[in-house]
Design a binder for this molecule. Structure first.
Ligand SMILES: *[C@@H]1O[C@H](CO)[C@@H](O)[C@H](O)[C@H]1NC(C)=O
Ligand SMILES: *[C@@H]1O[C@H](CO)[C@@H](O)[C@H](O)[C@H]1NC(C)=O
Ligand SMILES: *[C@@H]1O[C@H](CO)[C@@H](O)[C@H](O)[C@H]1NC(C)=O
Ligand SMILES: *[C@@H]1O[C@H](CO)[C@@H](O)[C@H](O)[C@H]1NC(C)=O
Ligand SMILES: *[C@@H]1O[C@H](CO)[C@@H](O)[C@H](O)[C@H]1NC(C)=O
Length: 404
């Protein structure tokens, strides 16, 4: 899948170069570039296709007024800088324009400080560069007042780039997925506008104690497939957070109050972790939204009846492929009663329910309380270990006669 995506990217870049290369060559007499002051002329009424920077980057004003800077053909950081040696375009009339940098599938190893002279980007897509390991702290310095989207996925970055990320105060979207990062430094904090932050599929084993703090707008945090062994406590303070993806980390314990400040929570994925026990208050959240909790494929054997304490109970709970051997009434009855009271249907998850298929689960007299109440049983989807029978089809009369 990943492979086919890269092929498509190559193809798109190739076509753009084929159509634009010609215009750049035609202008060789001007030193291979159109003077910056002509940006407006090229953007207005003439098809807007000529490059306004030097090679190897191609900079075109598109018909909708966006400036697209494509440096995918650059081989070195000096190559990139050589495209921007003359003063960059006056963007005064493009105050609200999108200025997009694309640098994909190149052989580039790194980007030095001030690689783009003083050109300011709103969107940066530097991705799928398999050898790109180094982004100097000031590589995108001129974009610090304008950058909204920073997409650095699928490179070979092992040292956190742009260590002082907080200078980019307009940032809304950050992706560092599929790199080799092992730490998140303190500078990834105090970003008032960030909505989406993902650093999945890296080698993260630690977060600086001030990393991911003061992110008042953050709604989506994706840290899946990393090496975190504990839940970083500062995550509990992300009051706007709606979705927290932590699956595929070797997390073993969930301390009390792990989610105590998550007022907007809708989705928590702790599947494929090493959590064994869900302890007192560990899942307490003040959220007012119906929320989804997944512990799928974890070795959980113990659920504390006060795990949610007096916080909000989840409406969908995935406990498939866990180590649970029975459905403890003290934990599950209030949960299912909560589900039964809610009159909601989610597009993907359907009505509120508990998924509990696993190899260990015994459907013995300990679940009489459940089998004899169809209202509650209606919200359970699971099978028993011995007879592989759907729990909804268990015979309540049998339990009434034989269990007392
Ligand atoms: C970039 O710098 C040049 C001088 O080096 C200046 O004339 C120009 O206004 C600057 N452009 C922007 C967008 O700041
Ligand atoms: C730029 O955007 C701001 C806020 O969205 C708006 O108030 C302003 O009129 C826009 N300016 C131009 C020149 O389009
Ligand atoms: C990626 O980085 C690692 C070390 O950080 C290095 O061993 C490897 O060769 C790099 N990959 C490429 C394609 O350059
Ligand atoms: C939980 O209990 C504490 C202390 O009794 C109270 O301050 C808090 O508001 C309660 N939270 C909820 C969600 O009921
Ligand atoms: C089943 O549980 C629901 C929800 O708690 C409750 O209202 C109802 O009385 C119970 N029914 C029986 C037969 O116990």
């Amino acid at each position: 899948m990943k492979f086919s995506v890269i092929i498509v990217v190559y193809w798109v870049v190739g076509v753009q170069d084929a159509s634009q290369g010609l215009l750049v060559v035609e202008r060789k007499g001007w030193g291979g570039r159109v003077p910056w002051s002509e940006l407006e002329r090229w953007s207005g009424g003439r098809g807007g296709r000529a490059s306004v920077c030097g090679t190897p980057c191609v900079c075109v004003v598109q018909s909708d007024g966006q400036l697209l800077v494509d440096c995918s053909m650059a081989q070195t950081s000096a190559d990139v800088a050589s495209s921007f040696t003359s003063p960059p375009p006056m963007l005064a009339d493009y105050r609200n324009a999108t200025v997009r940098l694309v640098l994909m599938s190149s052989e580039l190893l790194g980007l030095d400080d001030h690689s783009f002279n003083n050109l300011s980007f709103t969107h940066i897509h530097v991705k799928y560069n398999h050898a790109l390991a180094r982004l100097a702290e000031k590589a995108f310095w001129s974009s610090r007042a304008t950058l909204r989207v920073l997409d650095l996925r699928n490179n070979n970055i092992t040292m956190f780039p742009l260590i002082n990320l907080k200078v980019f105060q307009q940032l809304q979207f950050i992706s560092l997925d599929d790199n080799g990062l092992s730490e998140v430094p303190a500078g990834v904090s105090e970003l008032p506008a960030v909505l989406h932050l993902s650093i999945s599929n890296n080698r993260l084993h630690t977060l600086h104690q001030f990393a991911l703090t003061s992110l008042p707008s953050l709604q989506f945090l994706d840290l899946h497939s990393n090496r975190l062994e504990y839940l970083p406590p500062q995550l509990a303070l992300l009051s706007a957070l709606r979705s927290l993806m932590l699956w595929g980390n070797p997390i073993t314990t969930l301390p009390q109050g792990s989610f105590h400040g998550l007022r907007s929570l809708e989705y928590v994925d702790l599947s494929y972790t090493n959590v064994i026990e869900v302890g007192i208050s560990s899942m307490e959240t003040p959220t007012s939204a119906p929320w989804f909790l997944s512990f799928r494929h974890t070795p959980i054997t113990k659920l504390s009846e006060t795990a949610f304490h007096n916080g909000s109970l989840p409406s969908w709970v995935d406990l498939r492929e866990t180590g649970l051997q029975s459905l403890d009434q003290a934990f599950f009855q209030p949960l299912l009663q909560h589900m039964a009271q809610q009159n909601i249907v989610h597009n993907d998850w359907g009505k509120p329910q508990l998924w509990i298929h696993n190899e260990e689960l015994a459907c013995d007299c300990s679940i009489k309380w459940l089998v004899t109440n169809t209202t509650l049983l209606n919200h359970v989807s699971g099978r028993c270990n011995d007879k592989n029978i759907n729990m909804r089809f268990l015979d309540p009369d049998y339990f009434n006669i034989f269990c007392f």
